[in-house]
Design a protein around this ligand. Structure first.
Ligand code: IPD
Ligand code: CA
Ligand code: CA
Length: 263
């Protein structure tokens, strides 16, 4: 597989898709709900995924595609070359804020991450990595993350986890929030992951993410030394939904062992 040629092709179609999404903001969106009233999808999410599928299959029909909106064929395994795509991550932000959303793509070969992309559409910032060749934000190579103590960390956390909930012991989350320097929540898992790989934030966790939320970011994370796992400190699984954490290597284990108590 010619990695650099695929990388150049991917950058091109991400920028084209981004331009189509920006143009769509001047038109009326068709908004529907999916699993629940807050799980939104628009015609642009679907059109963007279809655009990627058409482009990728015209490049190589053998490439397999797992997309959030299910516009491709069902994926039976991670064997071969698999593109894992979130056409718009942060759809609620896309609809309500017209910013703070991203396109994310991970390209895996037999389950190994080779190429990862997170494109902040409105800022025109592309975060990407090629396995073994470092990670970049646009033209700038990202540095490997420097260790820092937990009390100096900024962590990405959803406010729900510090209230009584059915997933995690909230009193321990309150202790974590008190201990760290600050918390943030951007409403786009991939942009939160992008913040960690750049060192603007030191951890981000979620109770439930899907393969397309993490596939691209995990490849970038490896190149800067950020640790990704589920909240049980097991390797991420790209075939099902799971809990998730990405963190600076110095604080990853401490957060899981001292503050995460899953129910
Ligand atoms: C969602 C966003 C959100 C995260 C959700 C995701 P979507 O993705 O990343 O920040 O909390 O778990 O499902 O639906 O906008 O692609
Ligand atoms: Ca999405
Ligand atoms: Ca998503």
């Amino acid at each position: 597989m010619e990695i650099i040629a695929i990388h150049e092709f991917t950058v091109k179609i991400i920028h084209e898709a981004g331009e189509r999404i920006r143009q769509s903001l001047s038109e009326k969106l068709e908004i529907e709900t999916k699993a629940n009233a807050n799980d939104l999808v628009t015609n642009i999410d679907r059109e963007t995924e279809l655009f990627f599928i058409e482009q990728i299959h015209s490049y190589d029909p053998a490439f397999k595609i797992l997309g959030e909106e299910g516009m491709g064929e069902p994926l039976e395994s991670l064997d071969g070359v698999v593109w894992i795509i979130d056409p718009i991550d942060g759809t609620m932000n896309f609809i309500r804020q017209h910013r703070n959303f991203a396109i994310s793509i991970g390209i895996y070969v037999d389950g190994i991450g080779k190429l990862g992309y997170i494109y902040d559409v409105m800022r025109n910032d592309l975060y990407y990595a090629i396995e073994g060749q470092g990670a970049y934000m646009n033209d700038r190579q990202l540095e490997r993350l420097q260790p820092l103590p937990l009390h100096e960390a900024i962590i990405g956390i959803n406010a729900t986890w510090v209230t009584p909930n059915r997933y995690i012991e909230h009193n321990k989350m309150i202790d974590l929030v008190h201990h760290v320097r600050g918390t943030r929540s951007y409403g786009s898992a991939t942009l939160e992951i992008a913040s960690v790989v750049c060192g603007r934030m030191d951890a981000y966790m979620s109770m439930r993410l899907s393969p397309w939320d993490i596939a691209g970011g995990a490849v970038i994370a490896n190149e800067v030394g950020a640790i990704v796992s589920n909240l049980g400190n097991e390797a991420i699984n790209l075939e099902e939904q799971d809990t998730f954490i990405i963190a600076n290597p110095k604080i990853h284990k401490t957060i899981i062992e001292q503050y995460v108590d899953l129910k």
